[in-house]
Design a protein around this ligand. Structure first.
Ligand SMILES: Cc1cc2nc3c(=O)[nH]c(=O)nc-3n(C[C@H](O)[C@H](O)[C@H](O)COP(=O)(O)O)c2cc1C
Length: 315
């Protein structure tokens, strides 16, 4: 894998970013990915401000490589999180779920690199206009929150390539070296991977969550809650209850009550996998084992190189 404008921007060896993930990407996962040559991102969305500070400090102790943080801009105490970013000297911030105009210039004034997550050409252009250093373009396949338009990674990346000047990181449905290469062929400068790292030894998700993920197939997840904030989750008992609720034509208030952010912690972190909301991407059907990050990174890079070489030999 060669150096390019993403590896140079982020100061990393491989253009592989581990997506920030609530209840999943704490300091152990982040430092493992950064130490293996990618970019680890702390998932601030599930951390109280002081917990967030502790995780940043642990990352600083456990890696001398670059790492970053993901801050969903709808987080209620976003001001406090940003203050901690400045106080602790964090150098890379990935923002998501909100308006990139609000924080980009303020963070960049402190020398921080800002990358924003988008799900459409329209939002990508807005992010570029807001001055972000790069965008993550996340397709419909991805785990977690997603765009309403259901644009797939395979279509989003080449469309963005046509419009964007800034570097482009592809996300959604990438878990193998082949996937990384495909994203590059479509026009991406790098990839952001979530689900594959959620099912790693270093992920802070509960063992029950990880084991269930290795048993799922294609068709095991669904993008739902489109009226509130579209999110891809596993079709477990919690999801079946949601389906039953939809049959009653619920009001937005009733849906909001059922949506309940605490259900993410229940499922992912506490391991009550029937009862909780389990965010994961469509690519879960390809995740057959719980590997450590070193193995995952090695497999990604080796497969990328082998497939790339074989493709060029065939021609
Ligand atoms: C369990 C889980 C939690 C996630 N939490 C967040 C989050 O807090 N903020 C965010 O921007 N993206 C979040 N995502 C999305 C990932 O950062 C990443 O973009 C996505 O998983 C990529 O698609 P993939 O799952 O197909 O690899 C989450 C994804 C998963 C699977």
């Amino acid at each position: 894998m060669q150096q390019n404008r993403i590896t140079k921007l982020l100061g990393i060896q491989y253009a592989i970013v581990q997506g920030g993930m609530v209840w999943v990407s704490g300091h152990k996962l982040v430092t493992a990915v950064s130490n293996a040559g990618g970019l680890g991102l702390l998932g601030a969305g599930s951390m109280y401000p002081e917990v967030f500070r502790e995780h940043i400090k642990k990352c600083q102790q456990n890696t001398d490589k670059p790492f970053g943080v993901n801050i969903p801009l709808m987080y209620p105490q976003v001001e406090e999180l940003m203050q901690i970013v400045l106080e602790e000297g964090v150098k890379i911030v990935f923002t998501s779920a909100g308006n990139p105009k609000l924080w980009t210039a303020k963070l960049q004034a402190h020398g921080i690199i800002v990358v924003h997550v988008v799900s459409s050409v329209k939002f990508a252009l807005k992010a570029q206009e807001a001055g972000v250093n790069a965008v993550v373009a996340e397709g419909f396949e991805a785990g977690g929150h997603n765009g309403r338009e259901e644009t797939t990674t395979f279509t989003l990346i080449p469309m963005l390539k046509e419009h964007l000047k800034i570097p482009l990181i592809a996300a959604g449905g990438i878990a193998t070296g082949r996937g990384v290469l495909a994203a590059e062929v479509l026009g991406a400068d790098g990839v952001q991977i979530g689900s594959r790292f959620a099912v790693s030894k270093e992920s802070s998700a509960h063992q029950n969550f990880k084991e269930l993920m290795t048993e799922l197939q294609d068709g095991s997840t669904q993008l739902t809650f489109k009226e509130l904030a579209p999110v891809r989750i596993v079709k477990n008992e919690y999801y079946q209850k949601l389906l039953a609720l939809y049959q009653t034509h619920p009001s937005i208030e009733t849906l909001k009550a059922f949506y309940d952010a605490a259900k993410l912690k229940t499922g992912i972190f506490e391991g009550k996998v029937a009862d909780g909301k389990l965010e994961i991407g469509q690519i879960v059907g390809l995740l057959h084992q719980i590997d450590d990050v070193k193995t995952i990174m090695k497999n990604l890079i080796e497969e990328y190189q082998t497939v790339k070489q074989n493709l060029s030999h065939d021609k």
